[in-house]
Each structure stands twice: as C-alpha cells, then as structure tokens.
Design a protein around this ligand. Structure first.
Ligand code: GLC
Length: 562
C-alpha cells in the first residue's frame, strides 16, 4: 500500500537537544536563541523537520525527561518568547517542529506528585498508589540494571507508587479522566504555539496497565482520543510514537490509521545493524515480512541512532550476543543487557561503512530521522553515565569549547569530546563544511537527493533481481512513472553486480550520488562495479522525478508556511 501525501510521510527529520546544540549567552547551556541562530545550518543540511528533546523545567536527573512543568521552558534554555521566535524562524525556513511529549510520568518534584503524596489530596489518583504491592513486576522495569521493582515506597504518602523508569519518575495514571484532560491541555498549549507534531515518549506505557490501574474502556481508545485532539487543533500536526514493542504488537499502535501517525522503526534500526555486522542483506529482506503493513495516513520514521541506546532487543539471544561482541566488545559499551550506548561513527569505524549506513537510512521506505552530530561522525563519551555518552555538545568548530559556548569549560552543561579521533579539533562543522568530500557534505548531498526521490518516502518498494550474492542489497522503488534503484554492498570487498529488470531494457539510467550515466542492455541488465561498502542510487529514464509524482505535492506542503 502506498502512504498518503501528508508532510510527515516524506520529511527528513533531525533530532536535537536544545541544551547541547548552541549556547547564545555564554552560560554553558544551549538555548533557543542559540538554536535559532543555527537554523541556517540545518536548512543548508536539508532537513525539513526538527524533533526537540524535552526543554521544560525538570529535576535534571534524566536529561529533561523528568518534567516539572509541561507549560514552560527551562529558564536556562530561554523563555516562551524565545521559543515562539524559534518557531517563526523555523517556519520561515520551511521546517516543521516536533516536541517530545513526556507524559507517561512526571518528575517526583512535579507539583501534582507532591500534592499526590498527601493522603486525601484531589491529586492522589493522578498517580498509581498501593499500600503493599503484590508483585514487583520486575519484567516491566525499563532500566533493569538500576531497579528490580516497579514500586517504590514513599514514607510521607505511606504507600508505594508505580514507575517503569527511574524511581524519581512516578507514572501518571492515564485511566483517570483528569489526567487525560491535563494531557489534552498540554497538547493544546503547544499546538497553539505552532508546533507540528509530538514524539509520544513511552507510548505503549500510556495504555498498558500499571499495577492495578487499568483503562476502563479499550485502551487504544485513548490513543484515538489523543490523535483526534491533535488532528482537530493542530492543522496537519502528527504523532510519532516511541513504541519499541514486539513485531506482532507494532501494528496496533497505528490502529486503523486513527492512532499514531508514525512509529519509530526500532526493528528497522536493529536489522540495519545486523545486516552491517554480518555483511549480509538477509535481515533487511526479512524485515519486510516482520513489519506490519501501513494503514492509510501512517508511516515509519527510520533512524540509525538517537538519544537512547541502540536497542537489539528483538533479536534472538545468540544473534544479540554476536552483534554485541561486534559492536560493543567492552562491557562499558553495553547497556541494559539489550544494546549499546555507542554513537554511529565509533560503532562502525570505517568512514566508508558510515557512509554506507547513512545511505541505507536515507533509502529506507518511510521518513528518515538523523540524530544531531551524526552528519559529522561525532563520537561518544563512554566515561559519562549511561545514555549521556551520546549526548555531548555539538561540535561547531576547532575553537574553544568547540564553538558551542563561550562559558568557562567547567561551566558547560556536559563535557565536550576533546581528545582522540573524535575530538572537536578533528570533527567539527566548520572544517567539514570547508572540505568538499567530508561526511557533512556527503550527508547534505544524500538528503538533497533523498528529497528529490519521493519514490522512497511514498512509493512501492521491492527487492530487485541481482547476482551480487547475499552481501548486496538491491531494491526498486516506484511511484507513478518514477523508478529509483538503490544498491548497497555490505561487504568490505568490491563486487561486480548485474541488476536485472524489464524496465531497464535500453533505458538511460542516472546515478544520483556520483552523477554518472549508465544504460540497461536489451535484456534489461545493468552492470555495476561496487567498491567495498559502496552504494549507488539510480534513477531510471531521467535525472528528475516525474512532475505528477504525489510526493512533490507532499514536499510542497511540507514547505508551505502554515
Ligand atoms: C524515554 C526516553 C528516555 C527516557 C525515558 C524516561 O524512553 O527516550 O530517554 O530516559 O523515556 O523518561
């Protein structure tokens, strides 16, 4: 089935944390003014949708995911005025803005939770309290290295409260009508300020039972209610869900196209890394059968890395161990027994392999999302605790503090990567901007090409006949008369490959990455030489997508000022 022509079907997103992106006032913390000043960088990179990590006042123990006030901007990051100015400037550049909607839980410092601790408080039922838990539900704990129960005791409340994440992140009781109303108000508030969408943090946990707390009706009715609210008040706004659930459960979060508009493709990321590790395309072919089909109006959001761990949870244990041995040989690189906390570049190492991975990302069916810094090949800081390893400040230049902040080094919100191959003197925007064949310029070109290939976001996708052996992934994408072929050599060794397709017979073909020309022979064969980790994207018949292509409409919508 082909997806709908809505902006999010084919947008190129970029995830960033305002606090680590750019500091405009020299206090050591990135802020909205700093981000606004860097919008032209993002426009030049070619992304047309920004996904912001939480920027609200928080208790600063989970990088902003421990929210204290959903209606405000953390004063270190700016004011609501700075936020509104940022929205205007992003829109003026044709960019959409999505926020992280963190409502599965609040900080324990949130006024609702503080009130809830007092017996008899009207806020008591905003959270889930029991006198004595009957079961620790250890299997529901998200951070198994830190907790062995979803219950923590509160002496003032004289009871246990439910939390799947940290013990300072009590879970809200979404079965309660007043909590639902609060969520609708939070959505309305940010929609009124011009936001285009939300990343629904911990989406499954909004509807799954929390101890004795259940939804009184079909739990998915709540996701439909959220979707209706966003659709009604958001003028084209969307919801992308963080739902790293078993393959068989994934489809339920799309509903009949009336729940979450998009889901992060966790399974896809896992299979890309498996294919890269094994130098074998089989996991990516198998993925087609694992993913549910897309109901109308829904789409995948593909990614390689993001702000959390690279999860390998849906592989069988032996495959996971093999992958962890490859990608995370040192215990300090592993996290929660299910993944790695390394960044893309140090994980893959070889620059050609990093480019291959980026090409895989941008050529997946669906909408791609890039994690800040991965366009440069930024490294990780494994000396920082858990996922902070991949959340170091953006590296803008070789100047003091990587051009991130004018504050004294000791005042920075997080240490920079200073030494080694990934230190900011070596890896930074300015030096890569100046170098024609840098990873930054390669990524820009990929995004530019990707945006001119609506077939990838909206078209039909199928494997292409090719004799390259298991390490070659050859795929066709069709939309209207448009036909794009993407070929990836996952092996470190060069391959000679013959592609076969009736539609290639005697047709001119144009390779979009290196700007070369080829021609299918009378039998519909196109012969390619691929270097180790090489890739190529071919457009059949023309260098341009057909004018009538539905996706040009989607791109136009994405760029129309709303
Ligand atoms: C989500 C976020 C993660 C955070 C957790 C608890 O899973 O992605 O970063 O720690 O929620 O808020």
């Amino acid at each position: 089935m082909e997806a709908n022509d809505t902006w999010y079907d084919n947008c190129v997103s970029y995830q960033l944390d305002v606090a680590t992106f750019h500091d405009s006032n020299g206090d050591g913390v990135g802020d909205f003014r700093g981000l606004t000043a860097r919008l032209d960088y993002l426009r030049e990179l070619g992304v047309n949708s920004l996904l912001l990590m939480p920027f609200h006042p928080s208790s600063e123990r989970d990088d902003g995911y421990d929210v204290i006030d959903h209606y405000a901007v953390d004063p270190r990051l700016g004011t609501l005025g700075d936020f509104s100015e940022f929205i205007d400037e992003a829109k003026a550049r044709g960019m959409r803005v999505m926020l992280d909607l963190v409502v599965n839980h609040t900080s324990d410092q949130h006024p609702w939770f503080q009130a809830s601790r007092k017996p008899g408080s009207p806020f008591r039922d905003y959270y889930v309290w029991v006198d004595e838990p009957d079961d620790p539900h250890a299997d529901q704990v998200v951070f198994p290295d830190r907790y062995d129960s979803v219950w923590s005791y509160d002496a003032q409340a004289k009871g246990y409260y439910f939390h799947r994440f940290h013990d300072f992140e009590p879970a809200l009781n979404h079965g309660h009508p007043r909590v639902r109303r609060e969520v609708m108000q939070i959505l309305s508030f940010w929609l009124a300020l011009g936001v285009d969408g939300f990343r629904v943090d911990a989406a499954p946990f909004l509807i799954w039972p929390k101890g004795p707390a259940q939804h009184s009706e079909d739990p998915h009715a709540y996701l439909r209610q959220i979707r209706r609210h966003v659709a009604r008040y958001g003028r084209g706004a969307m919801l992308v869900g963080e739902a790293n659930v078993a393959p068989a459960q994934l489809g339920s979060f799309f509903g009949a196209g009336d729940e979450l508009n998009q889901l992060f493709n966790f399974l896809g990321a896992e299979r890309i890394f498996q294919a890269l590790a094994l130098e074998d395309a089989t996991p990516l072919h198998a993925l087609r059968a694992l993913l549910p089909s897309l109901p109308p109006g829904t789409q995948w959001m593909n990614f390689l890395r993001h702000h959390d761990e690279l999860s390998l949870i849906w592989l069988d244990q032996a495959s996971r161990e093999t992958l962890l041995d490859t990608w995370a040989p040192h215990p300090n690189m592993r996290i929660y027994g299910r993944g790695t906390r390394r960044r893309l570049a140090p994980l893959l190492g070889d620059p050609a392999r990093i480019r291959l991975a980026l090409s895989l990302l941008f050529s997946r069916s669906g909408a791609p999302m890039l994690y800040y810094g991965d366009e440069l090949g930024m490294g990780d800081a494994l000396e920082l605790p858990d996922r902070l390893a991949v959340r170091t400040p953006m590296q803008w230049s070789a100047a003091a503090n990587a051009g991130f902040s004018a504050a004294p080094k000791a005042q920075l919100i997080r240490p920079l990567i200073e030494d080694g191959a990934y230190g900011y003197a070596k890896v930074n925007v300015t030096s890569q901007w100046l170098k024609a064949d840098s990873q930054l310029n390669y990524t820009r070109r990929l995004i530019e090409i990707r945006r001119a290939c609506p077939e990838l976001g909206l078209g039909r996708h199928e494997p292409l006949e090719c004799d390259g052996g298991p390490s070659v992934l050859a795929e066709s994408y069709y939309l209207d008369e448009g036909h794009v072929l993407c070929v990836h050599n996952l092996s470190k060794d060069a391959r000679r490959v013959t592609l076969r397709h009736d539609k290639l017979a005697k047709r001119e073909c144009y390779e979009l990455l290196a700007r070369r020309k080829g021609r299918g022979d009378a039998k519909g064969q196109l012969i390619l030489q691929l270097p180790g980790y090489g890739c190529c994207w071919w457009r059949v018949g023309s260098i341009f997508a057909p004018a009538e292509s539905g996706a040009s409409v989607a791109n136009a919508i994405a760029e129309a000022p709303s």
